[in-house]
Design a protein around this ligand. Sequence first.
Ligand SMILES: *Cc1c(COP(=O)(O)O)cnc(C)c1O
Length: 457
Amino acid sequence: MAELTKIVLSEKDMPTHWYNINADLPAAGVEMAPPLHPGTLQPIGPADLAPLFPMALIAQEVSTERYIEIPDEVQDILKLWRPTPLYRAHRWEKALGTPARIYYKYEGVSPSGSHKTNTAVAQAYYNKQEGITRITTETGAGQWGSALSFACQIFGIECKVYMVKISYEQKPYRKLMMQSWGATVVPSPSDQTNAGRSILAQHPDSTGSLGIAISEAVEEAATRDDTKYALGSVLNHVLLHQTVIGQEVIKQLEVAGADWPDVVVGCTGGGSNFGGFAFPFLRENVINGKSARIVAVEPAAAPSLTRGVYAYDFGDTAAMTPLLKMHTLGHDFVPAPIHAGGLRYHGMSAQISAIKEAGLIEAVAIKQRSVFEAALSFSRSEGILPAPEPSHAIFQTMQEALACKESGEAKTIVFNLCGHGHFDMASYEAYLSGRLSDYEFSEADMKESLAHLPQVA
Ligand SMILES: *Cc1c(COP(=O)(O)O)cnc(C)c1O
């Protein structure tokens, strides 16, 4: 029998529960530090988060229940594009001349073009359940803003997106996508919040950052009764909602008759696609004696996992969010303008940070020119034009496959292709015309960032 190229599950094979890694962290010897209040620096409770999030999501944030049921209504909406396909990269393997077997999960088939829609739908649902009529958020490259705009439209919730000003100007089509789904999009820093006005007073020409946009969205939600805030990455409940990805992949590898993977690869910005993809595999490592290597790939320009310190820090620039213990480059770090907008964040999910600290996953940092070279190598064989973010995972997969070519090993490698690059063509243009530069986080950047970390006893 010819080996499958595309492994497609039926709707009835869609996961009915999210997998919560919190349940298995103690067995893995991983300890989570509690989030702290930004004012008192004391551990926070559910009441502290209530102005920002619906109670159901706060409960998921701290839950230790291993499997949490996905509400039927959420499952029905996810079925618009789930289960997503898993591909065997036959052509790319041949082009690379590798004996390795490469598989990739494709999340670009969602309405907004990335994995972010998986959590956007769940978050909008729980807000709707609790009577919320408006949600604010931030977006950098526009992937998260698009996903949430779509989800809010489905549930009849008003959506207001603070979009990092430079992206607002450089990515008009992402903005229009959000507006098409009924959202209001404001360039950040804006004059609509204290946080925005204070940045503009100091830096009238500020092009914005994710940290600033988060401050604006959080401030608006905290000061209005009808409004809550939604975050597209980093938090435990967001990673939880993404675990449909890894659960599907495990089923699909089984259907394909594939070996258990030797290597599992994903890119990390705040950690949500990586966590959602890798946690079900990590559980098998920890509980069932499997031994896949799990590799996180980040940009050399924003290398939180590989070079950041593991310390308490704020999630935003204005120091309004709770502090998380995580790998951070400092909350006022403004990353170089690399094209992988979704990977330009100073911090990392607390779960992934703790797991990395415990030595259960590996991490590497890559410069962007190599990333685009790998993206084109992949695209010229497989067709799909990947977003710059998952192209980091593609680069690492290519290194693993070429190492197999050297050693003659037929390893099984699986990576998460978490979004397409159709709104990123300007970055491809820069690469193809030779205008794309490499950036690396310097020692001076490092010193500067760490000088501003909050002092936690
Ligand atoms: C947002 C985004 C990322 C980075 O966020 P994670 O939470 O680390 O997944 C990566 N890829 C794409 C396509 C994104 O939209």
